[in-house]
Write a protein that binds this ligand. Structure first.
Ligand code: SF4
Length: 268
């Protein structure tokens, strides 16, 4: 694995790596402290909004390839934490992700994970890891909307049940390490019913909601909400008493923002 190019925006630094067999994956250094890394070449989950899965799926990254994304940069950047939220669904590569989480934690790094929960068996493993935070990307609560977003998915109630079973055997502070991720997309999942169900679910499980703004990706035909619509959804969720965090500017940067990493960027 080697770095073949670095791209910079005023906020983020994006690194393109080439694997020994010629595939490309990416990582992003953001917030001046965190490296968001990839776990697969492409992604079979194929979320409707995401560039990472749009070219299909080729293979899992090995443990060595996952940690190499950090190892190749560690002396050059002040990396304090790892976000396992780049290209790929970590639950599909759970064993290598587990080894990588242990490796990073032993090095004193904070590790957060984002997962859609597919497949269930892999998700069960992720939930138990020694992570500092796991975001379950729900993106919609109504079954019909979820089907429009995810090509492959598990039932949300079952995923929440897995987390609850884990929490029933953990200390009470462990609950704070789980949250629901919701990427707000215009005319897809920004309706009151999905948001009301999201609020009810968050309250029932006492989870924070990370409400994210969509980064428009070419060819997806999906639209971002306006700043006003985003704030309206935030206030709507808050009106139920839900704890909500908003996308920071690093996450909505055109370079390296959520859902914008790809395995097919042209290298100059
Ligand atoms: S959002 Fe994550 S799970 Fe969905 S297609 Fe993109 S990389 Fe895969």
């Amino acid at each position: 694995m080697r770095i073949v190019q670095e791209l910079r925006s005023p906020l983020n630094r994006l690194f393109i790596y080439e694997t020994h067999d010629g595939y490309r994956v990416e990582s992003v250094f953001y917030k001046g402290e965190r490296l968001c890394i990839s776990t697969q070449v492409g992604c079979p989950v194929g979320c409707a909004f995401c560039a990472s899965g749009s070219k299909g799926f080729f293979r899992n990254l090995s443990f060595d390839e996952i940690v190499a994304q950090y190892e190749l940069l560690k002396g050059k950047l002040p990396i304090k934490g790892i976000a396992i939220a780049g290209i790929g669904e970590p639950a599909l590569n759970a064993m290598n992700v587990k080894r990588a989480v242990d490796y990073f934690r032993e090095k004193g790094l904070k590790v957060t994970i984002s997962s859609t929960g597919y497949p269930m068996e892999g998700f069960k493993e992720l939930v138990k890891l020694n992570h500092n935070g796991l975001t379950l990307s729900v993106h919609a609560l109504k079954e019909e909307t979820r089907r429009k977003i995810f090509k492959k998915m598990e039932r949300l109630e079952k995923l929440l049940q897995v987390i609850e079973e884990h929490l029933s055997q953990s200390s009470s502070s462990r609950r704070k390490k789980f949250q629901l991720g919701y990427l707000l997309i215009k005319n897809l999942n920004d309706d009151e019913e999905n948001l009301r169900l999201l609020a009810e679910t968050a309250l029932k499980h006492r989870f924070t909601v990370m409400l994210m703004m969509y980064n428009e990706v070419e060819g997806k035909g999906l639209k971002a909400v306006t700043k006003e619509e985003y704030e309206k959804a935030f206030l709507f969720l808050r009106s139920f008493g839900v704890r909500v965090t908003l996308s920071n500017r690093f996450r909505i940067d055109k370079l390296g923002g959520c859902g914008t990493l790809t395995i097919a960027r042209r290298v100059q």
